[in-house]
Write a protein that binds this ligand. Structure first.
Ligand code: A2P
Length: 285
């Protein structure tokens, strides 16, 4: 099974989880979860805005028994949508729980710093973020959210949260790959004992065609996807590759039986140019 990291509240989180962004219909979610459980994945990352929480919840109910597993064997992440930031945070989080049909969610994140319709710079956002966080703290106290965290926060958002929270975030989930090494955010996380987690480790699939990634893959007889995922987990950074294809789901899981040389790690990191394939959370609402 993939190894885990300990979060700052003692909870263990697998270093590898299946990303589910863009997995849409119930059949697509079911077949991806089936392939993932068969391959050894024990973590699944969803969000209210993905509109697939109900499909994921149902797929797990149907498939866990097939693999002799129960709820406690899997780690489920979901996220509060930006339309629910602020006054609607309680409603939003409880909606995630009911869509997933779970008694508790292992990790629940504020999906991004803005509120839908308000630019990130809007004066009302700090209050909305604080209210969302207080709601997550309350649900954590009730045992409904085992760990709470944030996604797409900039260093400034992290500082704002760290200076006002009662319970510090367990996780910061952001875009991370060799072209976006996120040195600033990683040091904020290190200082504050927040687990830095990667999404889009494959650069939305586009980094798979990078000549250096291909060269490293050929030299260690692995695939470009495995090299990119290994580059992250070898630094202790948990990854969430998304695939709907059973062979690729399995391929993305085989990253714990080889090591990249120090030189290859450094060559890959030298691709860093601050490039975002997704979007810039400091600008988008
Ligand atoms: P697919 O679902 O058809 O496999 P990211 O996680 O960086 O956002 O990248 C996800 C994208 O990369 C998806 O389009 C996915 O397509 C593709 N992908 C995931 N794993 C692999 C792989 N092992 N080889 C090639 N493409 C992959």
């Amino acid at each position: 099974l993939p190894p885990s990291v300990a979060l700052n509240n003692g909870l263990q989180m697998p270093l590898l989880g299946l990303g589910t962004y863009k997995l849409s219909g119930p059949e697509e979610v079911h077949s991806a979860v089936d392939a993932a459980l068969a391959a050894g994945y024990r973590a699944f990352d969803s969000a209210a805005v993905y509109r697939n929480e109900a499909h994921l919840g149902r797929a797990l109910k149907q498939l866990l028994p097939k693999y002799g597993l129960t709820r406690k064997d899997v780690f489920i992440t979901s996220k509060l949508g930006p339309k629910d930031q602020g006054g609607k945070a309680m409603e939003g989080a409880l909606h995630s729980l009911s869509q997933l049909d779970l008694d508790y969610i292992d990790l629940y994140l504020i999906h991004w710093p803005g509120t839908q319709g308000l630019p990130v710079s809007d004066q009302r956002n700090p209050g909305n973020r604080a209210q969302s966080w207080a709601t997550l703290e309350e649900l954590h106290g009730q045992g409904k959210l085992k760990a709470i965290g944030v996604s797409n926060y900039t260093p400034a958002h992290m500082r704002e949260l760290m200076s006002s929270c009662r319970i510090p975030p367990a996780v910061l989930q952001v875009e991370f790959h060799p072209r976006l090494c996120q040195a600033g955010l990683r040091s904020v996380c290190e200082e504050s004992r927040v687990c830095f987690q990667s999404y889009s480790s494959l650069g939305k699939g586009e980094l798979l065609a990078d000549p250096l990634v291909i060269e490293v893959a050929e030299s260690c007889k692995r695939t470009p996807a495995q090299v990119l995922l290994r580059w992250a987990v070898q630094q202790g950074v948990p990854v969430l590759p998304k695939s709907s294809n059973p062979e690729r789901i399995e391929e993305n899981c085989r990253i714990f039986d080889f090591e990249l040389s120090k030189a290859d790690m450094e060559r890959l990191s030298s691709l860093d140019c601050g490039h975002k394939y997704c979007w810039d959370p400091s600008e988008v609402a």
